[in-house]
Design a protein around this ligand. Structure first.
Ligand code: ZN
Length: 344
């Protein structure tokens, strides 16, 4: 969720770990949860208000063994976002996402989904020319162990679902059209997922999207047909798939139907964060009907296409607009559920 203006302003003029920010963070989280619950959404989040700077590097931000000149994500608007580069081992997270649940649980009355970053995204921190005395294999071992720890801690704190953010899946096909990079991402994430029981994996999901920052994307031009067959090889029980912003939703739904497995649920995106127009409940309802022609109803859910402000300083979407879109998502899903006879 877009942060309140006071928080964005305070963060811009200080350090993200400045304790003086604490009360602003807590106010933002409490307000987000109140407004999220008021939409009627059966599952909510804390809006990732405290994931400064973003969803991608929150767990490693501020690590001493990093340099700022790491992997760049180019967006179509012309700007780039950059992640830190690892300079020495061992690799450890600086913070785990369950710390956000500690605060969210104080205010929430409904189940909370917690998003975490994928191992494949963080794998991009390891430099291509290696690190003396700390091999890529050692790094991957440490990375998988930290990711596993983070998810287990989230479940221990009561997360209803854990969502692994995998925005770099589609981007991988843009960087390497041969598919090798995407395959290596899928293999790496499956190594992590294999550490969990089938019951746990039913509560773990994967988010895919073309990226969303300042109303632009990083990989809309990559055809989902290049990504989805591999995506559904991930040993996860839930998939949160950006769909509302796609040019040809029917084609995407056909591919999903072909590749999804019987123990997988698909939450289709029914509102588009980078579209400034607020969808109507009827539009959302019709998108659910459309999806229900391809995805069995017990395996179908709805979601937002992506975060409304995955990078904290992105003010292209207001908080009011974001919540209005979520209200439309919840109301439209309700309209469809009543007609389709599904439980929400
Ligand atoms: Zn996304």
């Amino acid at each position: 969720m877009p942060r309140p203006a006071a928080l964005i302003d305070a963060v811009a003029h200080g350090d993200s770990d400045d304790p003086r920010l604490d009360s602003l963070y807590v106010d933002a989280i409490r307000d987000t949860i109140e407004r999220f619950e008021a939409t009627g959404s059966p599952v909510i989040t804390d809006g990732e208000q405290r994931k400064y700077h973003n969803f991608w590097t929150y767990s490693v931000h501020g690590l001493p063994n990093t340099a700022p000149d790491g992997f760049k994500i180019p967006f179509t608007a012309g700007h780039t976002r950059r992640m830190p580069r690892l300079t020495s081992g061992p690799f450890r997270y600086k913070r785990y996402a369950d710390s956000y649940l500690d605060v969210a649980k104080r205010y929430a009355h409904v189940p909370i989904k917690q998003a975490v970053i994928s191992p494949s995204a963080l794998s991009l921190m390891y430099p291509a020319d290696g690190i003396p005395g700390y091999s890529r294999e050692q790094f991957i071992d440490d990375l998988l162990s930290e990711h596993e720890t983070e998810i287990r801690r989230c479940f221990q704190k009561g997360a209803y679902k854990v969502q692994i953010d995998f925005t770099e899946g589609r981007l991988a096909m843009k960087i390497d059209p041969s598919g090798h990079l995407l395959n290596s991402f899928i293999d790496l994430n499956n190594l992590a997922l294999a550490r969990f029981s089938p019951e746990d994996r039913q509560r773990i999901g994967v988010h895919t999207c073309p990226g969303g920052d300042r109303d632009s994307t990083h990989s809309t031009d990559v055809d989902y047909a290049e990504l989805l067959p591999s995506l559904f090889q991930l040993k996860a029980g839930n998939f949160y798939v950006a769909l509302a912003g796609e040019r040809d939703r029917i084609q995407v739904l056909r591919i999903i139907r072909h590749y999804m497995k019987p123990d997988q649920r698909v939450f289709v995106g029914v509102v588009a964060p980078i579209d400034p127009r607020i969808e109507t409940p009827e539009e959302v309802r019709d998108r659910v009907f459309e999806a229900a022609e391809y995805i069995p109803i017990p395996q179908l859910g709805t979601t937002d296409d992506c975060g409304f402000s995955p990078f904290s300083d992105d003010i292209s979407t207001s908080r009011d607009t974001a919540f209005a879109k979520i209200r439309a998502r919840v109301a439209g899903t309700g309209l469809a559920s009543r007609i389709l006879g599904a439980d929400q």
